[in-house]
Design a protein. Sequence first.
Length: 419
Amino acid sequence: MRAGFGFLDKLTGRYRSLAVDSLLALGYAGAGLLLGQEQPPAGWQPMDGLGAVLTVLVGLVLLARRIAPVGVFATSSALWILFIACGYWPVINSMPPLLGLYTVAATRHLRTSLVCAAVVAGTWVYAGLSNADNSSMPTVLAQAVLFPAVVFVVGRGSGRLAERNRQFAELTFQLRRQQEEIARQALTEERVRIARELHDVVAHHMSVISLQAGMASYVFPTNPAVSRQALDTIAHTSREALEEMRRMLVLLRVGQEGLPEEKVKPADADTDADDGPEDSGAYTPVPGLDLLDRLLERVRGAGVRATMEVVGSPTPLPQGMALCVFRVIQEALTNVLKHAGPTRADVTIRYESRAILVSVTDEGSGTSLPDTVITPGHGLIGMRERAKIYGGTVTAGPRALGGFEVRLVLPAPRTGARL
């Protein structure tokens, strides 16, 4: 679409230039014919039919001055010299060659422009010598130098200005393309980020809901209490998933005109209650390490014996890095639920002076072998992308003693990092 508009702009510009040149050609021809009707100075003969034809031809040549500037200049100069040789007043047809010189100076190299200026000066001197008895040679020489020099300087300046404008337009077009490319890249990155967040939220919570629903259906005839507990876990997990998704959607809508900046209720609020007046609290915070206990409780409710150990002195982490740790642990435990079944999972967070080490290990289901080739899925790719943002790495694979391990290594935050 944009290329089509560009072609139309160029086509319109060409038609506009042709119209301007047509007006110039007709104007110069008409002005020459009117000037030829006046009594010429002494020594020059009045313009007759041949002079009128030459005048019209000199003017019409200007139609092609943008297509072939040098050719137009040469043709108009030759016709002007023939006009002078026939004894007509040179001033009548002096303007078309000067305009041709202007076009050459504006569009061609310096050497070509100087040659054309010399031709105009020589023709002017020739005209003065043709009527030397009635002409002042000092005046003729001054005009032969001054007129071509002025036209040459103005033409060169106009050419440089046009070239700068062309370069500026090209740079503007390139800048616009770069801005569009940056905008597309930012949009792609934002889509990837949103997809990663949705995957982390949906995959974990739906895995818990699926397992709890299956267990509730299985034990309902024999143990209604356990079934009731599973249903409560499903209700709580689904409510939490909806709240996280609602938080993401609200954050995406912040700042858009015409959309209210909604507030998200705390995780423990009753979502079935009527929406009343909300206080001026902030949005629900991004999940961090403080929510790991709730995450482990939810996993335990799905049948996995999950434990967590913190080694070293806990260091406050920036919000983004804390979210990275939380999501990696969440995704690792989700994979335990989906692939290992009821087993034991151990989460270890080790704070060292230069790094933060996070490992999630499980005992497996007895089917994983140490040399099993792991095909990276969306979850593993997302974990690695999150870690890469903060200069960390994620490794995942079967353990030599059985089971599976996900290991996250992040560089320790610098002192004074923004939380």
